[in-house]
Ligand binder design. Sequence first.
Ligand SMILES: Cc1cc2nc3c(=O)[nH]c(=O)nc-3n(C[C@H](O)[C@H](O)[C@H](O)COP(=O)(O)OP(=O)(O)OC[C@H]3O[C@@H](n4cnc5c(N)ncnc54)[C@H](O)[C@@H]3O)c2cc1C
Length: 603
Amino acid sequence: MKKEKREEFCFRERERERERMSQELTPEQKARIERNKREALERRRKSALSLSLADVDNSRIRRVHVHSDRIRRLNGDDVECNEGGRYVLYWMQSSQRSRYNEALEVAMERANARKKPLVVAFALTCDYKDANERHYNFMVKGLLDVKEGLSRRKVPFFLVTKKKREEEKEREVQTEIGAGIPEAILSLSKNAIEIITDCGYLRVLRIWRETLARKVSIPITEVETDVVVPVFAHLSSRPKLDVSAASFRSFALPKSFEHTENVPDLEEIIALWNKEDAENARVSAFETLNDRFAFVIDGKIASSSSSTASEQTAEDILSVLKAKFGLKETPNIPKCDKYHVGGEIEAMHKLEAFLDPVILRKYGELRNDCSLGLQSHLAPYIHYGQISVLHVAKRARRFAALHKSDEKIQRSVEVFLDELIIRRELGIQFVVKKRDTYDTFDALPIWCINTLEKHRDERETRYTYEELEKGQTDDPLWNAAQNELRLSGKTHNYTRMYWGKKVVEWFRDSREAWTVLMRLNDTYSLDGRDPNSFTGVGWVFGLNDRSFPEAPVMGEVRRMSMSGCKKKFGKAIDAYIERWNGQREKGGRQVSIANMFKKQKRY
Ligand SMILES: Cc1cc2nc3c(=O)[nH]c(=O)nc-3n(C[C@H](O)[C@H](O)[C@H](O)COP(=O)(O)OP(=O)(O)OC[C@H]3O[C@@H](n4cnc5c(N)ncnc54)[C@H](O)[C@@H]3O)c2cc1C
C-alpha cells in the first residue's frame, strides 16, 4: 500500500475507533475525559510558558511535538537560564538512545533556539547496586550506538565516570545515592545555558535528579520519555496505588490513545550549528571537568590532560573501567552477547522482527509456550531506554490497523500492549507511589504476608543461594529456567513465573525467599533492577493478584506446579527442559533471533 493511502487508511481507522469508544462511554466517563482534556490544556498552557524562549530568533527553529504532560521543571519556574553559557546540556541517564527520544529532541530545539550547540552527557557509576559486567557490557554497547547517532547529528557526547575517594565510597554505600552522578553533571553545568534530562523512577534515580536540581542555578527540565502514559502529570489527581491491573487499565488504556494517536511522530530536529561550534562546545564542557573524573569523549577514552586516545570498543571501555574505576570482574556471570546484544540498532531490529504477521498471528495464543519463545525480547532494551516504548506502542497499533480484518493479529496486539503499557506502567506506578518501601518485602499487601506466614511451618528451606544460582535443584523445569537466565540474560515470561513461585515454596521464611529471588533476578537478568523487578517478584507473592482458596504451603497465594505446566503445554515443557538443561542450541526462538537480524529491514 502506498504511504499516503496507508496513512489515510490509518487515519480513518483511528477515527472509527475513537467514535466507537466514545459511543461506549458512560456519561461519567465522558465527563472525566472532558475534565482530563481541560486539565491537560491547562498544563500545556503552563508548560508552554515555562518553555517560552524570549529574545530568540524563532524563524528557523522547527518545533518538536512532545505532549506537555511529559515536560516539567525540576527546580522552579523562576530559575533563569545562564545567558553566557556555551551550550545546552542534555543529561542522558535513563533514555540511552539517539532515536525517538523526546528529551533529546527538546534539548536540540532549545539549543537551536539559543543558537548554541548541544552537549550530551551520560554519567556512569561503576558500583550500581547489583549491576555486574553482564549489565555494563550491554549498556556500554548501547552507549556506543548513542555516540554514533549523536555524532551523525553534530552533537558531542561525554561518558563521564568519577574516580572515587575512599571516604566518598563509604558515604555512598551508606546513603546508596551514588553522589558521583549529580556531581559530574554539576561540573558540566558550569558552562551550560540550561539542562534537559530524561526521567527515571527508582529511588536512586529520583535522588540524583533532585540532588542536581537543588544544586544547579540554571533551569533543569525533565522529559518523561520511557512511558506511554506520563506519571507525574497525574500523580496529584491519582495519588492512590492501583491494587490491580484492572483498575489501572481503566485509567491508562484510554489515556494511552491520547499519546499514541494524537501526538505526531517525533521527528529529528536538525542541528543549526556546524562541526566547529560543536568542537568548541566540547572543549568548553571538557574544561569544566577536573581530574577527579574520567571521560569517554565521542568514543575515545581521555584524561583531563589528553582527549586524543584512539577509537575504543565496548570491550576496551570495560577493561579501562575494570582497571581504573573499580568495576568488579564477574567471571561467573558471562556476558550474553550470543543472545542479546545491547544497543538501539539491535532493539530496532528486534521490534521489526516482532512486527511480523507470522509471529503476531500466534503471540496472543501461544506466547506462554516456552518452547517457542514467541516474545518481543524487548524488555532489556526497554530497561536501558535503548528503545522508546511510545514508539513501540505506536508501531504496534499501526500494525494492527493495517491488519484490521485479521482477528488473531488484533488479539495479539491487544495482549502485547496490555503487557507493554498496563503491566509495565503499573510497576512504575508502584515504585513511584511506594517510593520509600518498594524495594522491601513489607511493600507487599498485608494479606500476602499474613497468609504466607500462617503456612510457614509447612515449608522448609531446601536450597542455598549457591545451589539455586547454579540450577542445582531437584526440579528440572526450574533448573532449565535458571539455566536460561544464567546463560542468556533473560528467561521466558511463563517459566519466570514458575521459577519465582517455586522459590516461595522452597523457603520457610518468605522474607528470605523474597531477598533470594530479587538477588537472582537482578544479578542474572538483563532487565533486572527495574520497577518491573519489584512488581514481577512481588507478583509471585501475590502482589497485583487476587487471593485463591486457601491451600497448604502457599496459603491464599496463587500456585504453579510442574504437572499444571505439563497439562497446559505438554511436550513443549520437555523440549524446553531438554534445551536448557542439556544446553543444546536447538529449537525455540532464540535461534531464529540470530537469523531474524539477517532480515535487516529498514526502519
Ligand atoms: C518473577 C518475575 C520477575 C520479573 N522481573 C522483571 C524484571 O526484572 N524486569 C522486567 O522488565 N520485567 C520483569 N518481569 C516481567 C516479565 O517477565 C518481563 O517483562 C518479560 O519477560 C519481558 O520479556 P519480553 O520483552 O520478551 O516480553 P513480551 O511478551 O514481548 O512483552 C513486551 C513488553 O511488555 C512488558 N511486560 C511483559 N510482561 C510483563 C509483566 N509480567 N510485567 C510487566 N511488564 C511486562 C515488558 O516491558 C516487555 O518488554 C518479571 C516477571 C516475573 C514473574
